[in-house]
Design a protein around this ligand. Structure first.
Ligand code: SF4
Ligand code: SF4
Length: 153
């Protein structure tokens, strides 16, 4: 088991969006409202906040579940403390990403964006279908997106 990091909550609170982490009083309303939780019991916003407050830094940053939030904001709508869990988890993901702990699915998506400028490969077959429908041909790559990614990394 990794050592606890008592400063983790302060680290999250310093990130944009993470400020409200310390006012959660663990009522669990967010968890009850969460559609992701409804289909995957491993995902539990209340528990993730408790883990942050307890200093379970490595467990949180290396877990798959921080990448499961769909940012629907249902939890924020219902939280009696006005906590936006979606913003908190974005703050956590930003910390994880800076430390190279991006989920493999995101790494794959970034590679696709760099290569094709899209999240899926556009093939000649797609353009043939477009031509049949009288639609203009699309470029199979989008260099502008690759350049944007390069400029903003
Ligand atoms: S609803 Fe708000 S106060 Fe309740 S556990 Fe979730 S974040 Fe904390
Ligand atoms: S924003 Fe994320 S944590 Fe909140 S209800 Fe939606 S999926 Fe669940």
């Amino acid at each position: 088991m990794s050592a606890l990091d008592r400063n983790f909550k302060y680290e999250v609170a310093r990130e944009p969006g993470g400020e409200a982490v310390k006012v959660c009083f663990a009522c669990g309303t967010c968890t009850a409202a969460c559609p992701v939780r409804a289909i995957d019991e491993r995902y539990n916003p209340r528990k993730i906040i408790r883990m942050i407050l307890l200093g379970m830094r490595e467990r949180v940053l290396q877990s798959d579940f921080i990448w499961l939030c769909s940012t629907c904001y249902s939890c924020e709508e219902r939280c009696p403390q006005g906590v936006s869990f979606a913003e908190i988890i974005t703050a956590v993901k930003n910390i994880a990403a800076r430390e190279g702990k991006l989920h493999p699915a995101y790494v794959m998506q970034l590679d696709l964006l760099k290569k094709f400028g899209r999240l899926y490969e556009l093939e000649e077959f797609d353009n043939k279908k477009r031509a049949k429908m009288g639609l203009a041909e699309l470029k199979t790559t989008c260099d502008e997106v690759a350049r944007l990614l390069e400029d903003t990394k």
